[in-house]
Design a protein around this ligand. Sequence first.
Ligand code: A2P
Length: 272
Amino acid sequence: DKKQLLARDGNAIPAIGFGVWQSRGEELINAVRCALDSGYRLIDTAAIYGNESEVGTAIKTAGVRREDVFITTKLWNDRHDDVENAFSESLSKLGCDYIDLYLIHWPVSGQDLFVSAWNDMIRLRDSGRVKNIGVSNFSIEQIRRLEAETGVLPAVNQLQIHPLNQQRELVDWLRVQGVVTQAWSPLGHGSQHILTEPGILKIAARHHKTPAQIILRWLYENQIVALPKSSTPQRIKENIDIFDFSLSASELAAMRELDRGLNVGNDPTSFR
Ligand code: A2P
């Protein structure tokens, strides 16, 4: 199935997902329902987003079966020493009896604590309440550390990836290890620098697609699971309508050239 990727343990992960950071209330519930109607099968939330209950409500009332939706949530930075309770809270807010993917949101608490959090995540997975465990915003060194100390590699590393921030050394290394890369803020958080980049506009015109669709297709062709967020029905549909065209080798090469290491997000590791 071209709309899924296989994680290292053989579990399938949808090749594109729906992000819900900064989305709340009715707007969020409508957006998640619209996403599920439009064909998204992965919803990406986090404890810190404060919207797990609404995500749970939206999924329950959308007319899809629980087992057909891949739900991701994340452990916040102040709970690295309290994984079991933090996880139970997320599970009850989402109204589920299992989560498809649970991530350590940031590697902020110092190496000893994030390794111990990882050991607790492994126990959660072994209990069956989480199908896959992973990390977010981790470096090569930090993932090596997890593997050295526990013998378990994450299924996923979720990173800020978009055309102006490609993190290719890390992504290439993850691919070799069999760790799936997911992209947060794949559209550069809606940054006009990215969505009006002349090189991307040119490719978009050639394919009669929008710049957002070119970026999301480029991520898909690099086996990166993009998690675009939108509250607008038309954009929600647009962002998953990327399976009817493909980029040429020279277009992929042109996309590579756009990398500038541009960070469009907050970096909680700087608050340590
Ligand atoms: P909106 O929610 O009003 O549609 P990212 O996922 O990279 O963080 O980007 C999210 C931002 O990009 C949101 O502000 C969203 O606005 C905007 N956005 C989402 N999809 C598109 C699109 N197809 N074209 C332009 N902007 C988009």
